[in-house]
Design a protein around this ligand. Structure first.
Ligand code: PLP
Length: 373
């Protein structure tokens, strides 16, 4: 099989072109209204997004990292507290904990779903444990029932990192049914992406949401009366207007991602040396990423690259082994599953606009590699 095409890992341009008029109209609207910070476009998006999440309240903020930080603060997490986070995630999950003045404690992941392992969570609890942040990694919901049981026995706050999981569900229920708070990122390449940085804290409780909102806006809701010091992390009008347009397409895009995943699953089933991603029973997976495992990952990656197929690695170094956390002196044996995934995980091209021909080409190339083993 010759190199016949080039397939990007994500194609933001294809999506931009498909909704060009709608977006440009919405942007012009914000510009004409000069509603740059807060304002009606932000309020409208918050209403629409909270309805999509089937939750109580949505606080639009500057980005997903701030969403996690503000959520931790809103639930009173701070100095002296430990917060349990998965060993395999984007660094923001742990960074937000440190930003809040608490200490991130790493928990290994489950070998089939790649999300926080409840058994290891149980082992990592100490009297200082205050909160846990399950991450719905790659769009697969974490094991919220088992995590919830452990959390309620220990009175832990459960803050979900849903940065990769807009619209994900578990046993037919939305993520909001499983804990009082979930945090979202609208980084451009996320399943729901803005045209810049943006994020949201989605909460079930009104008082907590009001507090998070004040925290995000200099500790106030009245112009110059500050009840306490907060930060400046607000959703801006332009991003909100873009997000409102894109939210109307999200369910269709999610379905397209699930169709791509189903095609990959079928095409790769039985391929030697390839372990496609698993989906737990009842998991409404939204496939932010399609991450397979392969012992000869780097060889496969180079082969696909030569065929014109871009792939990604999420993530090449698990958090306990990051230079940023070197002071913790973690060893691979402490996080065997995360350590294996960093060497074996390979993310295939995944975006809603992937064409049938592109998907076929990806599967055909992987099978060619696999057949030559
Ligand atoms: C993207 C991401 C974040 C952070 O979001 P930003 O908007 O980039 O700050 C947090 N957690 C996870 C798992 C993410 O993928």
């Amino acid at each position: 099989m010759k190199r016949e095409m080039t397939i990007p890992f994500v194609d933001l341009k294809a999506q931009r072109l498909s909704i060009r008029e709608e977006i440009d109209g919405a942007i012009a609207d914000v510009m004409d209204a000069c509603a740059f910070i807060k304002g009606s476009h932000v309020e409208q998006f918050e209403r629409e997004f909270v309805a999509h999440c089937k939750a109580g309240h949505c606080v639009g903020v500057g980005n997903g990292t701030d969403a996690l930080f503000l959520a931790l603060k809103a639930f009173g997490v701070g100095p002296g507290d430990e917060v349990l986070v998965p060993a395999m995630t984007f660094i923001a999950t742990a960074e937000a904990v440190t930003m809040a003045g608490a200490v991130p404690v790493f928990v290994d992941i489950d070998p089939s779903t790649y999300t926080l392992c409840p058994a290891d969570l149980q082992k990592k609890l100490t009297p200082e444990s205050k909160a846990v942040i399950p991450v719905h990694l790659y769009g697969h919901p974490a094991d919220m029932r088992a995590i919830g049981d452990i959390a309620s026995a220990k009175d832990l706050v459960v803050i979900q990192d849903a940065a990769q999981a807009h619209g994900a569900s578990l046993d037919g229920k939305p993520l909001s049914a499983f804990s009082p708070c979930a945090c979202y990122s609208f980084f451009p390449s996320k399943n729901l992406g803005a045209y810049g940085d943006a994020g949201a804290v989605v909460l079930n409780d009104a008082a907590r949401a009001g507090h998070a909102r004040k925290l995000s806006n200099h500790g106030r809701d009245n112009k110059y009366i500050h009840e306490f010091e907060g930060v400046n992390s607000r959703l801006d009008g332009l991003q909100a207007a873009v997000l409102s347009v894109k939210l109307r397409h999200l369910d269709r895009w999610t379905k397209a991602r699930q169709d791509v995943a189903a095609f990959y699953d079928a095409g790769l089933s039985g391929a030697q040396g390839i372990t496609p991603p698993a989906r737990a029973k009842g998991a409404g997976h939204v496939y932010h990423l399609y991450v397979l495992q392969c012992d000869k990952r780097d060889d496969l990656r180079a082969f696909l690259s030569a065929k014109g197929i871009a792939t990604g690695i999420h993530y090449p170094i698990a958090l306990p082994f990051m230079p940023a956390y070197a002071a913790k002196q973690h060893r691979p044996e402490e996080f065997p599953v995360a350590h294996a995934l960093q060497a074996k995980g390979l993310s295939l091209p995944m975006f809603p606009e992937l064409t049938q021909r592109q998907m076929e080409y990806v599967v055909q190339a992987i099978r060619e590699w696999s057949d030559s083993l």
